[in-house]
Design a protein around this ligand. Structure first.
Ligand code: ZN
Ligand code: MN
Length: 142
């Protein structure tokens, strides 16, 4: 009975992650899953996320500062992290094998893959920045 309950919760966690493309944190997944399982604990969510990641069913993202995030898309793809608002986006671009070959020249072994995160400011935050400096200019002029 306990095993059944656990796997239903795990299904719900996986479902939640598959329906989201914002690379949520464990806390955020916990908040969603609690709507279906009010008694679920944060620890259970963490445990199941780690289990799913270890099984290769989901990906764990270590995006630098801040809590780790999770991705149901396990294909090789790059991520962009906005350092202003913290959102993590998928980058719709080809994964470069050239980087593997270039790195391989320096390691003396064989490079099979790489994980790269790109950091910067997202389009929304750039727009906000522009609006802020615009209104600052208006204030200064008046
Ligand atoms: Zn942003
Ligand atoms: Mn992703």
């Amino acid at each position: 009975m306990k095993t059944l309950k656990h796997s239903r919760q795990r299904d719900s966690i996986l479902n939640c992650l598959m329906n989201r493309h914002d690379h949520p944190t464990a806390d955020s997944i916990y908040a969603s899953v609690r709507q279906d399982f009010p008694n679920v604990s944060l620890g259970t969510v963490y445990r199941n996320l780690n289990l799913l990641a270890d099984l290769g069913e989901i990906r764990r993202l270590n995006c630098g500062s801040g809590p780790e995030r999770f991705d149901a898309d396990t294909s090789l793809h790059y991520h962009f992290i906005c350092q202003s608002c913290g959102q993590v986006q998928d980058l719709d671009m080809n994964v470069s094998d050239q980087i593997n070959l270039a790195a391989q020249e320096h390691c003396g072994g064989r490079i099979d893959s790489h994980i790269t995160y790109f950091y910067g400011t997202c389009a929304d935050c750039l727009k906000k920045e522009a609006q802020r400096s615009l209104s600052a200019d208006t204030t200064a002029a008046s």
